[in-house]
Design a protein around this ligand. Structure first.
Ligand code: 5RP
Length: 228
């Protein structure tokens, strides 16, 4: 996806931002444009506060003068984030940027969750690429064995010698299997039952709107605005 398409999707999402909103700020190269745009709105006098989904986004938000909220009572008005894969039911795989836990916390706490992508992220069935799973470092090999017992292959992100450490101090195991994920809800529920798994990158039934940028410009698909 070119930067122009990423920017186009993010700018479309910016149209949803209104004065006084508390906005979830996603992570990744697409939502970077969104956060920068929110900064522009703030500099123009709009009163918007942001809930960042990663330390990197928090730094970006601070650089752009966006007041940051990390403790929450009540709901976030709107969260905007990217995705790695989006299926026809608007279920997602997220976390190839490593921020899936905070991203899911923010999406779950939001009245409206909007995903910004380019059309290459649209898939028939999820699982074209890896599924990131965040696990606690303690006895992680035992956790990995429980995952491989489900018939999955996995690699430690970054490699065992220099593993990638999430903002929450955990590891990411990138899972892959034969074929796509036919029932993401069921599969996600199975993964959550495994001791040592903190969270996985399947976002099922959470998305309200997907803004897809393609050659013909950004298009919104999903349900109309309103509570989930
Ligand atoms: C990070 C994510 C990102 O939103 C996802 O990887 C998409 O990133 P990009 O916009 O750079 O393609 O889930 O954990």
């Amino acid at each position: 996806m070119t930067d122009e398409l990423k920017r186009a999707a993010a700018e479309k999402a910016l149209e949803l931002v209104q004065d006084g909103m508390l906005v979830g700020l996603g992570s990744g190269s697409t939502t970077r444009f969104f956060t920068e745009g929110v900064g522009r709105l703030v500099s123009q006098g709009m009163k918007v506060r942001g809930v960042p989904t990663s330390r990197e986004t928090a730094e970006l938000a601070a650089q752009h003068g966006i007041p940051i909220v990390t403790e929450l009572v009540g709901q976030i008005d709107l969260a905007v984030d990217g995705a790695d894969e989006v299926d026809q039911a608007l279920n997602l795989i997220k976390g190839r940027g490593g921020a899936l836990l905070r991203e899911k916390l923010v999406a779950a706490a939001s009245k409206r969750f909007v995903v910004v992508i380019d059309e290459s992220k649209l898939v028939k069935d999820l699982g074209v690429g890896v599924l990131p799973v965040e696990v606690v470092p303690f006895l992680w090999r035992s956790t990995a064995e429980r995952l491989t017992a489900l018939g999955l292959s996995l690699v430690v992100r970054g490699g065992e010698g220099t593993p990638y450490i999430t903002d929450n101090g955990n590891l990411i195991l990138d899972l892959s299997g034969e074929g796509g994920i036919s029932d993401p809800k069921e599969f996600g529920a199975e993964l959550k039952k495994i001791t040592g798994v903190v969270e996985h990158g399947l976002f099922v039934g959470m998305t309200d709107t997907v803004i897809v940028a393609g050659a013909d410009g950004p298009k919104a698909i999903g349900r109309p605005p309103g509570p989930r």
